[in-house]
Design a protein around this ligand. Structure first.
Ligand SMILES: O=C(O)CCC(=O)C(=O)O
Ligand SMILES: [Fe+2]
Length: 347
């Protein structure tokens, strides 16, 4: 178990069993991050989703809290989102069941060389890359025309049904939240929604993090800002791991039973001319326990031009980002080469 190539061909779940020393390609370089699991907890506000779209007196206060949260750290926890606790349990349960299938079965859904959808781990762009201690399944769900149905697990049997339901619930919630963002910044209706286009893209990432014997040297997901417009995360109920960089310090994101963790992605940072932050976050590993999470990313349709909203730009607030079409195209390559993809668009 010494050669780098050999490690790269393995699923992380296999490495977790076979490696008897930390695999070189997974060890975090000193310059990248100092890993600690004993950090302060990030106080992220709780936002009532239903209240955001109501016309009640309290709605204005909720919109202000939303704006404050997204300006300061780009995160909040959404409650009152209409999904029952038992449904969210099912989402985590089908995720766990999929990753517990035999490796050979999971590999029938392996990602194609140039594709995104399917089962696998980090795509290798260079031999200096640091790999993540994470097996994952990526599936596009919306628009229907871009689904790669052959990568959708047939087991567990209710997997597809749960994925469709979860996506539909979050699609509706995303519209409420994006509209609330427009309102909170006093922008015209649909100013951001129009940039998402008629057929926004939804991409789901099912994450499985096996226990890692070297949590102080290996990260489960290295620091990144999401490529999306908006991200909705269902965290494991018992095992923490997500950390966020705020004012140059790392904080732990608390577990949020029955809540959905929201964060802005890079494309929303661009649309808001940097007012809302796409937070840098990472995931640490756990020595004893495995962890699951499900992230759902909404992005503008591929032909849509993403740009800072006109209403946010004036003499005092110049445009900070160039316009871009298909932001996600070069995202992974930049990221895996240690660059922050959004920096390439800064004016
Ligand atoms: O597993 C988590 O808590 C977060 C995962 C994440 O950041 C991602 O999938 O982009
Ligand atoms: Fe992320």
């Amino acid at each position: 178990m010494e050669s780098t190539d050999e490690h790269q061909a393995l699923a992380v779940e296999e490495l977790a069993i076979k490696a008897n020393s930390p695999p070189t390609s997974y060890i975090v370089k000193d310059s990248e991050s100092t890993i600690s699991t004993t950090l302060p907890i990030l106080e992220i506000p709780t936002i009532d989703t239903t209240l955001l779209s109501s016309s009640s007196f309290e709605a204005a206060g909720e919109l202000r809290r939303l704006r404050t949260a997204l300006r300061s750290c780009g995160y909040f926890q959404a409650i009152n989102h209409g999904m029952s606790a038992s449904f969210l349990d099912e989402v985590l349960e089908v995720t766990g069941k999929f990753f517990k299938l035999p490796l050979d079965e999971k590999r029938t859904y392996s990602r194609d060389e140039n594709g995104i959808d399917g089962y696998g781990n980090d795509v290798i762009y260079s031999d200096r890359q640091t790999l993540d201690w994470n097996d994952r399944l990526y599936l596009h769900v919306l628009p229907e025309s871009i689904r790669k149905c052959e990568k959708w697990p047939r087991l567990p049997q209710n997997f597809r049904e749960i994925l469709l339901e979860f996506t539909e619930r979050l699609r509706v919630m995303n519209e409420i939240i994006v509209k609330a963002m427009e309102k909170s910044l006093d922008l015209g209706e649909n100013c951001f929604l129009d940039q998402f286009g008629k057929n926004p893209i939804s991409l789901t990432r099912f994450n499985f993090y096996p226990p890692c014997p070297w949590p102080d040297r290996i990260l489960a997901v290295k620091p990144h800002g999401d490529a999306s417009g908006t991200t909705y995360l269902l965290q494991d109920k018992e095992v923490e791991g997500l950390q966020v960089l705020k004012d140059d310090h790392w904080y732990r994101v608390p577990l949020t039973p029955d809540a959905i963790v929201f964060n802005c992605g890079d494309q929303l940072e661009i649309m808001t001319n940097g007012i809302f932050k796409s937070p840098i976050h990472r995931v640490v590993t756990n020595k004893e326990k495995e962890r699951r999470s499900v992230a759902l990313f909404f992005s503008p349709e591929l032909t849509s031009e993403i740009k800072p909203a006109e209403g946010l730009i004036d003499d005092k607030h110049p445009k900070l980002y160039k316009s871009v079409i298909d932001y996600t195209r070069n995202y992974f390559e930049h990221l895996q080469n240690g660059r922050r993809p959004i920096d390439a668009l800064k004016i």
